[in-house]
Design a protein around this ligand. Structure first.
Ligand SMILES: Cc1ncc(COP(=O)(O)O)c(C=O)c1O
Length: 478
């Protein structure tokens, strides 16, 4: 599609270059003074970036009260990502998740939260003192997460008319795209905003063959790690807002509270130029990548032991989840690949995850195909592990205590086998399934403890469990 001519501009990046030309005497921070004082042995690596590492001087605007070039850059981003308003973030999607929840909730107020959300959403609930209702779609027989059912969300909203909003993740880390448009319609019928943590979905909607973005699905807030699936620098993200169900001034206030008062200009400028790149050539590059990935997937179909694990429902084609089945874990596959110099994004008990982006070259795909052919021959020789099947999680469950109450109650470490009936003070995440089995504020059940014990005995990992000598323990409240 033809882009608008104004999308060829990069107001913030251009202002940094113009300032560099204009400035002949620098009496402001940062102290390296555009690179003039810097460790000599490493300077050549940092130099070009140090020249752009400026502060709120001259025409360079202020992220926390943008009225000049940062505002212009954010307006262009809002236009491209089809938002009413876009905030540039220098604290990653983490900052956007925190600001969204803080803007929605006061202590003790109810918030509906996906159980598979990133820890920043739970940290946000902690800061806000929210009372969460955890929503889960559970996993299928292969241990794969299922998409959320809009009817279940509707039921939860009907039972919790006091809920201030819904926070969900789409796509998930493994590439499952939620039925966002249907979920947004349900939220709006009940008059609450839908916030989508779209950390892994900044590329969505940019080319035919990619699922639509959350903004296109009609959500109220989408927060995207531009640095993950697009090309900006690590820690730079964007937060897109649409409509009036969430108060933009309240969001701006919380972003000011959460983020540094010295935001990095290289990070912000990298958002500006990434937006330009996506507007001008994003679609063409992604169409080519998708076609190459189709050929690549065709080539790896011939492998005997390794196969693609496809999440049920809509999926992101830029994620590939490979499994060998038969008790070979994703950790083993990822370790073998690393021994060959091939580094993957993530692994779990079942599969290893590969991320493709606009930076993936044809040579990368040839190398990966060759490595996978070699790995396929090694798979039968790898030791096998038998892990318990994850218990089914409730489709939704309200926490017994709000995060505000949790803060005030005394906590102690207890041996796992004595914890039944107590309230968890920390998140417990067994692998499998890699989704929190127990979240802070939830009561520990016998079935849950039995499962955690089985996973530990089978050699699996459980986040939130600490061993004191031989005894597994967790932090709980009486
Ligand atoms: C689903 C999800 N949300 C949020 C984040 C945090 O994003 P950022 O690193 O941009 O702060 C991550 C990080 O991996 C994530 O996986």
């Amino acid at each position: 599609m033809k882009h608008k001519p104004e999308q060829e501009k990069a107001p913030l990046f251009d202002a940094l270059l113009a300032h560099r030309q204009r400035s002949c005497a620098n009496f402001h921070v940062p102290g390296h003074k555009q690179g003039s004082a810097f460790d000599e042995k490493s300077k050549s690596w940092f130099s070009p970036l140090l020249e752009l590492d400026l502060t709120e001087v001259g025409e360079l605007d202020d992220l926390h009260d943008a009225t000049g070039v940062i505002q212009d850059a954010e307006l262009l981003a809002a236009d491209l990502f089809r938002a009413d308003r876009t905030f540039f973030l220098v604290g990653g999607t983490t900052a956007g998740n925190l600001a969204s929840v803080l803007a929605l909730c006061r202590p003790g107020e109810t918030l509906i939260v996906g159980r598979n959300c990133h820890q920043s959403v739970f940290h946000a609930c902690m800061l806000a003192g929210a009372l969460p209702v955890y929503l889960s779609a559970g996993v299928d027989d292969d241990g794969q997460e299922r998409p959320l059912d809009p009817e279940v969300l509707e039921q939860v909203l009907r039972l919790h008319p006091d809920a201030k909003g819904v926070v969900l993740t789409s796509p998930t880390y493994w590439g499952l795209v939620q039925p966002v448009a249907e979920l947004a319609k349900v939220c709006h019928r009940y008059g609450v905003p839908l916030v989508v943590d779209e950390a892994h979905g900044a590329h969505l909607g940019f080319a035919p063959g990619l699922p639509p973005s959350a903004m296109d699905g009609g959500v109220d807030v989408s927060i995207q790690s531009t640095h993950k699936m697009l090309s900006s620098m690590t820690m730079s993200s964007m937060m897109h807002l649409k409509g009036s169900r969430i108060n933009a001034d309240e969001v701006a206030h919380w972003l000011k509270v959460i983020q540094s008062s010295s935001p990095s200009y290289p990070l912000m400028a990298s958002l500006d130029v990434t937006r330009r790149m996506m507007a001008t050539k994003g679609e063409a590059v992604l169409v080519e990548l998708l076609s190459r990935l189709q050929d690549f997937r065709g080539n790896i179909k011939a492998l005997r032991h390794l196969s693609e694990r496809r999440p049920p429902g809509l999926r992101d084609p830029l994620k590939l989840s490979l499994t060998a089945g038969q008790g070979v874990t994703g950790y083993q596959l990822s370790e073998w690949l690393a021994s060959q110099g091939v580094y993957t994004e993530m692994a779990d008990h079942e599969a290893v995850l590969f991320v493709f982006t606009m930076g993936t070259t044809p040579t990368d795909l040839v190398r990966l195909t060759e490595a996978l052919r070699r790995l396929d021959k090694v798979v039968p020789l790898l030791p096998k592990t038998k892990l318990a099947h994850p218990p089914s999680l409730p489709q939704w469950r309200k926490a017994d205590l709000s995060w505000a109450q949790l803060r005030r109650r005394p906590k102690r470490r207890v041996p796992l086998h004595q914890a039944v009936g107590m309230i968890a003070a920390e998140m417990i995440v067994p692998y499998p399934p890699g989704v929190p089995l127990v979240l802070p504020g939830e009561r520990l059940t016998e079935a849950g403890i039995d499962y955690i014990t089985d996973v530990i005995h089978a050699g699996g990992r459980v986040r939130g469990i600490r061993h004191e000598g031989e005894v597994p323990t967790l932090t709980a409240i009486e």
